[in-house]
Design a protein around this ligand. Sequence first.
Ligand SMILES: NC(=O)CC[C@H](N)C(=O)O
Length: 382
Amino acid sequence: MERTDTPALLVLEDGRFFRGSSFGATGETFGEAVFSTGMTGYQETLTDPSYRRQIVVATAPQIGNTGWNDEDDESRRIWVAGYVVRDASRVRSNWRSNRSLDEELRAQGVVGICELDTRALTRHLRERGSMRAAISTTELDPDVLVQRVLEQPRMSGANLVADVTLTAPVVIPAQGTRTHKVAAIDLGIKEMTPELMARRGIEVHVLPATATLDDITALGVDGVFFSNGPGDPGTADEAVSLLTGVLDAGLPYFGICFGNQIFGRALGFGTYKLKYGHRGINQPVQDRRTGKVEITAQNHGFAVDAPLEHDTPTRWGAARVSHVCLNDDVVEGLELTDADGTVLGFSVQYHPEAAAGPHDSAYLFDRFIEVMDAHRTTGENA
Ligand SMILES: NC(=O)CC[C@H](N)C(=O)O
């Protein structure tokens, strides 16, 4: 990998700044500075649409070792607003690597910075919270750049779904015999999610966020899925009302991350912004039904505000917190059951599709199938 000697500057909205070297594209970029603790999986991280308008700081000290390949993208492009690494690996070494990370960042116009103290930067964000930031190779005066940062919109109040969602439906065929059909609402979906459903015999109809309840019911689906996605869940009113209609229609529901926050809102809970969020691939989560702990991949800056102590009545049945993060008791999953205890819908704040990340939570895709099957049986008996 060629490293330029072009200087670059990173400035945070509170005035703290770091000087380093240009990495990837040159230019100037703005976003919310957040840190991710994943030691692997930078290609999946950079192509995760949930990172729209965020400048991601890698806490792993060296990034780029495995280059960039043509298989691991989680969507059609890189979405991060900027990338911050301590040491950009000079060498790429992997049998699947097609080009270097630096080349890919430049080809996609993504501005980065390296050769700065990412440990100090991460500690600052951990103590003060995620905040607006800029990286520039053209404006190297921190006082000037911080003024531009202060003019940028905050992540709180940001509605970014329209930036990332598909414009037309896409069908992912079931692998092997088709056993189920699901509508997956694309709020910023990662490709591994429909892939893991398809492997289990589900035909997945990925629909734009503008899809209506009629679009969904016309497909004759067995269940509905809402994906991960960028921005503040407090702004996702359209998705909340669509999901309310889905639950009214009695369709089984499964949601991931943004899909958990939207489920929470449809159930009547609020959402709030975490100080610095959960981003990484080794976050411990407890399934409260079984007591089992999963090591999970996570990427969220907001969370659902729901009581851990008791169930909450809703018009469909009882809602409860099914999973919690063992680091800080943040809500990591929700479940809705009817009077007979049948699951009507469930969701998790973390990433069972695990791209990148551990595979502990893949069982949740099987649970979705069980919930759809139970619903079919009930439907037949009714
Ligand atoms: N990965 C996601 O779906 C993130 C959801 C939401 N944008 C958050 O930051 O919490």
